[in-house]
Design a protein around this ligand. Structure first.
Ligand code: UT7
Length: 358
């Protein structure tokens, strides 16, 4: 860690560790309000490829229509990466914007975690490519693969690293090039996805141990591998030797999503000692506007408090939440001190939620 970073954050003390041990590292909440280490957002950024593809482009060559796509999913357009543009390229652009917004240098980061299911190569990780691309010469870097829940999983892991004292500043990125794993003849899937990247920088900061603290307040992670056949990619290194194409039983995934997203959101809020009425913004995974509406209704949160970008981005899997976050910050919707609930579900099935104060 460089001197700048050392000056800006307080090193964890024995007192912090004790407080964390009493309450469990997952929430960091304690009723006594004892000092704890929080993973606080220092900056955010995003990147969308230049090419915008409206629904009409699909309607021109497939048995589909703008009306069907909008009414069933809320998607109006999506961005697709240019030939030669890959997940690491987009991740680097999002990371550079986050660093610029935070006003910090790449070498003040201790770690980079990239959530992706569409890496440039089987290995090395996209995270190491981002590290090199940023000119970062220290720290550690790795990818997380939890499909659409990847960013939520990655945030929880970054928080764990920070609370444990293993890292003080962590760049968490969600980046995807789903256009490379779509079957362009399958109208039930190819109209739904897009490409892009989003990034946030988390930093260790001392908190008072109350729900008023900035930073991650709680998380809830889940998986059920018995449901792996309802959303998967039909290829891979150890089977076909090719990347494969995305396959989805949409109706089944929809059913699980509506039920499980509300449940994980409630679990995360309970752990933080908060209720849906406390939330300023829900930043949901952007798969389908109907799922976002149903989740809002189940939680009793008005649609005005749901951040939605699905109309413009489509489903960008692990990139969808950090993209929506960064866009909402740019729009002036999310402000410092706002209480956010992030939630996502996808292939695995894997799902989860994070409660954080911006
Ligand atoms: O990010 C990971 C998580 N993924 C999700 O959360 C996606 C969850 N699922 C969904 O969002 C929705 O299920 C879809 C948007 C995928 C589909 O909406 P739906 O209301 O569940 O439609 P459906 O699958 O029941 O299909 C209704 C009809 C079918 O025709 P029949 O059998 O009723 O004659 C489909 O063949 O719509 C047909 N259809 C289409 N028609 C025009 C399916 N895709 C299309 C299409 N254009 N692109």
């Amino acid at each position: 860690m460089n001197d700048l970073a050392r000056e800006e954050v307080t090193m964890p003390t024995a007192e912090h560790s004790e407080a964390d041990a009493e309450t469990g590292p997952e929430t960091g909440i304690n009723t006594a309000g004892t000092a704890v280490t929080r993973a606080v957002v220092r900056g955010a950024g995003h990147y969308l490829p230049e090419r915008v593809v409206p629904n009409a482009e699909f309607a021109a060559r497939l048995d589909t229509s703008d009306e069907w796509i909008v009414s069933r999913s809320g998607i109006e357009r999506r961005h697709f990466a240019a030939p030669g543009e890959s997940t690491s390229h987009m991740a680097i652009k999002a990371a550079e914007m986050a660093l610029g917004n935070a006003g910090i240098s790449p070498d003040s980061l201790d770690a980079i975690i990239v959530a992706t299911s569409t890496p440039d190569l089987t290995f090395p990780s996209v995270a190491t490519m981002v590290q090199a691309g940023l000119g970062m010469t220290r720290g550690f870097a790795f990818d997380i693969q939890a499909v659409c829940a990847g960013f939520v999983y990655a945030l929880a892991q970054a928080q764990a690293l920070i609370v444990a004292g293993s890292a003080r500043r962590v760049m968490v990125i969600g980046a995807e090039t789903f256009s490379r794993i779509l079957d362009w003849e399958d109208r039930t899937t190819c109209v739904l996805f897009g490409d892009g990247a989003g990034a946030v920088i988390l930093e260790a900061q001392p908190g008072g141990g109350t729900t008023g603290d900035r930073g991650i307040l709680s998380s809830d992670l889940n998986a059920d591998g018995r449901q792996r056949d309802i959303l998967y990619v039909d290829g891979g290194v150890a089977t076909t030797g090719h990347a494969g194409c995305l396959r989805m039983q949409g109706k089944e995934v929809f059913r699980h999503a509506v039920e499980k997203l509300a449940a994980t959101a409630r679990n995360a809020l309970d752990r933080a000692g908060l209720a849906p009425g406390d939330i300023d913004w829900v930043v949901p995974h952007q798969a389908n506007l109907r799922i976002i509406r149903a989740t809002a209704q189940k939680l009793g949160v008005p649609m005005e408090r749901m951040v939605t970008t699905v109309a413009d981005h489509g489903n960008t899997s692990a990139a969808s939440i950090p993209l929506a976050l960064s866009v909402a910050v740019s729009r002036g919707q999310i402000r410092p001190g706002d209480l956010l609930l992030l939630e996502a579900i996808g292939g695995g099935l894997a799902w989860g939620a994070v409660v954080l104060r911006w």
